[in-house]
Ligand binder design. Structure first.
Ligand code: FES
Length: 231
């Protein structure tokens, strides 16, 4: 039997004993030591890192660990086998998550060049890159005693007349703000719309001079990593 010591920052060591060849991640689990292991030991996520600080362990170098990190003692627990007494440092999971939150600004010249190249590759493959969102200016008649049409119908009527599209829809979030926006902007507004051949959906309404920004958020929910891109 070999002595296996798990060390932590700011917490007591956990000491246990294991047979030769036992897997380090399994030993940690049996000893209630929390090692981040989202792929459950398949050697694919690269998250179950521990740092060898004493003794020995059999652990192949994987694509998740650089030569420099390997020389510093970093190993994947899920591919490590006990071959003698060993001491490993276990990163704190909570702080590990904090430090792995990466934020990058992709608006540099180089990043934009990469984006433009990807865009032209996609377009030259015959795929058109577009979306159906737009901001349109809409001018309505100001209500009078002879024209008492409700605000929502007034907007729908003006958009139909302007675009020629017969079906216009708006959600409750728009409905509840139009009476204020219309009157603050003298019935000249900007509408954020999504249009198809047959209908228009109004996402939002702004005063005529307000700066309107249409943003996009793409989220890739992977098994071990979540990436988000705000455009
Ligand atoms: S648990 Fe995923 S690589 Fe080890």
């Amino acid at each position: 039997m070999f002595k296996v010591t798990f060390k932590f920052e700011g917490a007591e060591d956990v000491i246990t004993y294991a047979q030769e060849g036992e897997n380090l991640l399994e030993i940690a689990r049996k000893s209630n030591v929390a090692i981040d292991a989202p792929c459950s030991g398949n050697a694919s996520c690269g998250k179950c890192r521990v740092k060898l600080i004493g003794g020995e362990i059999e652990s192949p170098k994987t694509r998740h660990i650089t030569d420099e990190e390997y020389a510093e003692g970093w190993r994947l627990a899920c591919v490590s086998k006990v071959t003698g007494d060993v001491e490993v440092q276990v990163p704190d999971i909570a702080s590990a998550y904090r430090s792995r939150m990466k934020v990058a600004d992709l608006s540099s010249k180089e990043e934009i060049a990469i984006f433009e190249k990807a865009k032209s590759d996609v377009e030259s493959a015959g795929i058109s890159l577009t979306n159906s969102l737009d901001v349109i200016n809409v001018k309505m008649n100001v209500p009078t005693l002879d024209d008492t049409m409700p605000d929502n119908e007034r907007l729908v009527r003006a958009i139909k007349k302007q675009t020629g599209i017969k079906k216009v829809r708006m959600p409750y979030s728009v409905l509840r703000k139009i009476s204020y926006v219309f009157r603050e902007s003298n019935f000249e507004v900007q509408c954020v719309i999504r249009s198809t051949e047959n209908d228009i959906f109004i996402y939002d309404v702004y005063k005529k001079d307000e700066k309107v920004v249409i943003g996009g958020l793409a989220i890739d929910i992977g098994t071990t990593t979540v990436s988000a891109l705000l455009i």
